[in-house]
Each structure stands twice: as structure tokens, then as C-alpha cells.
Design a protein around this ligand. Structure first.
Ligand SMILES: Cc1ncc(COP(=O)(O)O)c(C=O)c1O
Length: 443
């Protein structure tokens, strides 16, 4: 078995492909030579400009100098040489992470946290929290009570992951969810905004919102046995995989009001949008409509949920009663140590403000390119979460291929959108380089 350092980069795909599906990028990530937004391909010996960031999961580019700080390195190595079951066995390293996250990332008023590995499982546990809460609100407190009639409202174009419950709420590409048994929970239409090249909403989104909220109310009134069985409404504040679909605050407020009326929890899935990706800790803070539970992952390194006061309306909720939601490792200590360092660096350098500024810079540039070339429309986004629409999927895929030829990595989403997800510490010059390459690849 060869150690990593003596493997010829040209053999990497062959070695991996012998034992698993290896249809990812044709490059080989060089962990030492990659830096900032530049992903070094050990095979070609070339740098790629990274607007992919491992599916929006890598917050500060490669080899940030702040990660070389000796005390952090010692802590990281200590954590990496073990793998404690954090849900039950606590360490100072864990305490330091929990304190940083809860005081610098979680907004005021959300006192409950739960950690796990993987974004799908974060959403899955938001859903479990809501089911337990709703069952108890309905007086079904025995573990032998049947609660199979409870359900989760979700949306067209949603992506919440590929685990059991989340699969039933995901409806992007059929090959992600087809041929797996699913729950039949109410799926509501998704009133996404479209934008002109001045950044104004240009579709009749108010009518779409009214339709979606009407569908939601209809589900409630049609519920069997007169009781209300909706445990939660789950929505991404921007539907990312589904096509970077933005919602107005008015719509989220409509969902908030519905949840209050229906005695259900409003859950935001911020796995992709959270942890400063929008230039604020959480995308929902741009909209000003408070949720009851937020699931997070990706850039945070540690996945999980935070929850607010409505949870406490049920005395025996999952944050109080042992082992209702749990996993062996309760996330991973190495991820916790790295996450804590990222929180420090983001705070110290005010990368949130940088993310907002770079986002505006790239949006302005993309609008100019759209006007000049006519290649794409619907330029939209906030912070590092940017997207444009090509006329159709084929033209979009061709443009992404041309970007790759220009050594710029961007992602598809939805039927015809290109999504850019840049690292939060991107510089002004690097943002201009993103635009140069995107423009050359536009047509
Ligand atoms: C909004 C959202 N929720 C959940 C997930 C699932 O996360 P993971 O792939 O870490 O399970 C993703 C992944 O892209 C996502 O974008």
C-alpha cells in the first residue's frame, strides 16, 4: 500500500477507480501547493480558480496562513490522534468550539445545539426534533403511540439531502431520489424571484407567493380527522441545488405566520447558505424572519442544528431528554477544532464584510457581462452565493465546460443555472480575475 507522498499524481484516478466510482473532476488536488482560491492540480501542474469551494463547504481557501499558528496546529494534531464520542465524552477542545459557535455564530435567543456529521443528518435531526415536538403537543407522549400521520411541508425544487427523511423532501434531479421508497408529504410550489439586470425583481412573485401559501393552507384544512398533522415547514432561505432560487421576506413571513397558526415549527435548512456564506452568519438574517430551528453544515465544518424558545413549549423535548437524537461521534473533534479556528479568523479579519463586498463586485461585473454579451440573464445573489441563468441546460453545461478550460471552476444548479461559490477571503484582484475568466467563457 503506497503512502500518499510517493503516489504519482497521474495514477491517482486509476488507483481510486479500481475500487470505487471515480467520475469526479479530472484534476488531482495538491494539498500543499493549493493556496487561497487557487486549487493546484498536481497532475497538470496548473492552478484553477475556485468558485466551487467543494460544493460551498470550504470557507477560507487553501492554506490560510492563520492555520499555521503553532497552538492551533498542536490542538489539531491532538484532536486528530484520537476520535472521541463527543456526544458523551467531553474535552476542552470541544468546549472551546461549542463556546465559539454558540456565542459568535448562533444568533441570540437560540439556546439549544446539537452536533452531527453531514448536512443531510443535520436536516434529518431538525425533522426528528419537530416530529417529537409535534407529537407531544398533540398529547401523544407514549413511545408506543402511532405518529405515522405526522408530516413535513417542503417545497418544489428543494434539496435537503439523501438520507431517509430528507430524501422525501428533496426534489431536484430524479436520479437523486428515484427508486428509493419515500414518504408522501405535502410539497408546495416554490415562489422564486427573477431579477432584471438592475437587480430588481421582474416576475410576478407576489402572485406565486399567494398561490404557494394557498396550497399550504389547503393542506391544513384537508388534513384527516380535523387535527393538524404538520410538524414543520422546512425551507432553504435560498434554494441552492434547485437553482439558486431566492425568496422575498414577505413569503418567509407568510410561512412564519402559518407555522404559528398551525402549531408547527419553521425550520430553515442553511446547510449551504449558512456560516457567513451570505456575508452574515445566516442567510435568514438578511430576511429578518426568525425560524424555530436552523440546520447547518458545509462551511461550518461541523453539522447540526440550533433551536429557539418554541422548543421549550414542550417540557420533555429532544434537547432535554437523553438519547432522543444522538450519534456515536456527535460530529468530529478535528472538525470542531478547525471550525473554531475558522470562526476566529472570520471574526478577526471581518471576512463577512469582505464577502458582502466581493459579492457586490462580482454581481456588478456579471450584470455588465450579461448586458455586453447577452449570454445569460437573472444575475442574482448575496455574498458568496451568486448565480446566473443560461437559456437552457445544454448552453449552461457548455459554459461551465468553457469556464473549466479557462481554469475557473463553477457549478451547475437547477435546470439552467450556473452557481458561483467563492471563498470568503477572496481579494478584490481575485474577484476581477473571476470576472475576466467568466467573461471569456460566457459565449
Ligand atoms: C441545502 C442543503 N441541505 C442539505 C444538504 C446535504 O448535505 P450533505 O451532502 O452534507 O449531506 C445539502 C448539500 O448540498 C444542501 O445544499
Amino acid at each position: 500500500m503506497p503512502v500518499a507522498s510517493i503516489i504519482d499524481p497521474k495514477q491517482v484516478h486509476d488507483i481510486i477507480g479500481r475500487h470505487q466510482l471515480a467520475d469526479g473532476y479530472d484534476m488531482v488536488l495538491d494539498l500543499e501547493k493549493s493556496y487561497g482560491p487557487w486549487l493546484h492540480d498536481a497532475g497538470r501542474g496548473e492552478d484553477f480558480l475556485d468558485c466551487f469551494t467543494c460544493f460551498a463547504s470550504w470557507p477560507l481557501g487553501y492554506n490560510h496562513p492563520g492555520l499555521d499558528e503553532p497552538e492551533f496546529e498542536r490542538e489539531l494534531l491532538r484532536a486528530a490522534k484520537t476520535n472521541p464520542s463527543n456526544a458523551d465524552l467531553y474535552s476542552r477542545e470541544m468546549a472551546s468550539f461549542v463556546d465559539a459557535f454558540a456565542t459568535k455564530v448562533t444568533p441570540e435567543g437560540f439556546d439549544h445545539h446539537f452536533w452531527i456529521a453531514g448536512g443531510s443528518l443535520a436536516v434529518e435531526n431538525a425533522v426528528k426534533t419537530a416530529f417529537d415536538w409535534k407529537a407531544r403537543r398533540l398529547g401523544r407522549t407514549s413511545f408506543h403511540d402511532d405518529v405515522n400521520d405526522l408530516m413535513i411541508v417542503h417545497f418544489q425544487y428543494a434539496f435537503h439531502g439523501r438520507s431517509g427523511y430528507t430524501l422525501s423532501m428533496t426534489n431536484t434531479l430524479p436520479d437523486k431520489v428515484g427508486l428509493f421508497p419515500k414518504f408522501r408529504w405535502p410539497r408546495i410550489s416554490s415562489p422564486g424571484c427573477e431579477f432584471d439586470l438592475d437587480g430588481n425583481i421582474c416576475n410576478d412573485v407576489a402572485a406565486l407567493e399567494a398561490q404557494a401559501l394557498g396550497e399550504l393552507e389547503a393542506f391544513r384544512t384537508r388534513c384527516p380527522a380535523g387535527g393538524d398533522k404538520i410538524a414543520a415547514v422546512v425551507i432553504e432561505p435560498i434554494q441552492c441545488e434547485g437553482g439558486d432560487r431566492h425568496f422575498r421576506p414577505e413569503f418567509l413571513q407568510g410561512l412564519r405566520d402559518f407555522c404559528t397558526r398551525a402549531d408547527a415549527l419553521l425550520c430553515y435548512d442553511e446547510v449551504q447558505t449558512g456560516f457567513f456564506g451570505s456575508g452574515k452568519p445566516w442567510m435568514w438574517q438578511h430576511k429578518g424572519v426568525e425560524p424555530d430551528i436552523v440546520s447547518f453544515g458545509k462551511k461550518a465544518q461541523v453539522c447540526g442544528i440550533y433551536a429557539g424558545k418554541r422548543i421549550d413549549e414542550v417540557e420533555d423535548n429532544v434537547f432535554v431528554r437523553s438519547s432522543r437524537i444522538n450519534s456515536t461521534w456527535g460530529s468530529n473533534l478535528v472538525d470542531m477544532v478547525r471550525s473554531r479556528r475558522f470562526i476566529e479568523l472570520i471574526t478577526e479579519h471581518d471576512y463577512a464584510a469582505n464577502t458582502l463586498a466581493r459579492g457586490e463586485q462580482i454581481l456588478t461585473g456579471l450584470r455588465r457581462i450579461a448586458r455586453d454579451t447577452g449570454a445569460f440573464t437573472n444575475v442574482r445573489g448575496v455574498g458568496s452565493l451568486l448565480a446566473v441563468d443560461y437559456p437552457d441546460g445544454d448552453q449552461r453545461n457548455a459554459a461551465i465546460g468553457r469556464c473549466y478550460d479557462e481554469r475557473l471552476i463553477v457549478l451547475p444548479c437547477g435546470p439552467k443555472s450556473v452557481r458561483l461559490r467563492f471563498p470568503l477571503n477572496l481579494t478584490e484582484d481575485e474577484a476581477n480575475e473571476v470576472l475576466n475568466r467568466f467573461e471569456r467563457a460566457a459565449t
